[in-house]
Design a protein around this ligand. Structure first.
Ligand code: PNS
Length: 184
């Protein structure tokens, strides 16, 4: 039987060295709607996105443990099944990507201010593992000013961050801010 055109085209284009899986790394302390936006965009391009929560066992000033951060991401993307995998890693990002069978790293860009830091990381990662490519996605304009760091600062000073985080994350962030003695 004749295969549908899309399937035939995909087979013709398929190459074993091209990854259907991308790694989207970050601290995700906690995940924000800006991150969610980048993951949703990545799902339009890749079959599977591994959201890699980076942690340093020797130096961590995060509000949430790696396990808590992973749990919040899993809850946020529960409906996407195996297309979004949340996982924690320590050590080099490029080694993690290769171990997961991914040769693409996705990063989000908000403003020009992100560029310098991203450029440096990309070049270092390329030096370490030339076969791993980094691609950038522009965050949706409603998320240009959202960052985990700012959201934590605002919440710890009693500001309202509703709408900037997934619904399951907001109450946890407020509770954690109270626990660590912020004026919420
Ligand atoms: O979004 P973030 O929190 O700024 O992400 C930074 C992250 C996690 C991508 C970066 O710190 C990282 O890659 N950490 C893993 C350790 C590593 O590979 N360091 C060398 C990077 S060039």
């Amino acid at each position: 039987m004749e295969r549908p055109v899309a399937t035939r085209a995909r087979r013709l284009l398929w190459r074993p060295d091209v990854s259907a899986t991308a790694v989207y790394p970050g601290s995700f302390d906690p995940i924000t709607n800006g991150h969610v936006d980048i993951i949703r965009r990545s799902l339009q391009v890749f079959e599977r996105v591994i959201v890699g929560v980076a942690f340093n066992p020797n130096k961590d000033s995060s509000w949430f443990t790696p396990e808590e951060r992973v749990a919040m991401i899993r809850e946020t993307f529960r409906a996407d099944g195996q297309r979004v995998i949340a996982d924690a890693f320590s050590g080099l990002l490029v080694d993690y990507a290769v171990a997961k069978g991914a040769n693409v790293i996705v990063r989000g860009l908000r403003a020009v201010a992100d560029f310098e830091y991203e450029f440096q990381m990309t070049m270092m990662n390329r030096h370490l593992r030339p076969q791993v490519e980094t691609i950038f996605m522009m965050t949706g304009e409603s998320h240009f000013y959202t960052s985990s760091r700012l959201v934590k600062e605002v919440v710890s000073l009693g500001g309202n961050v509703a709408g900037l985080l997934p619904d399951n994350v907001l109450p946890r962030l407020i509770a954690r801010a109270k626990q660590i003695g912020a004026e919420v």
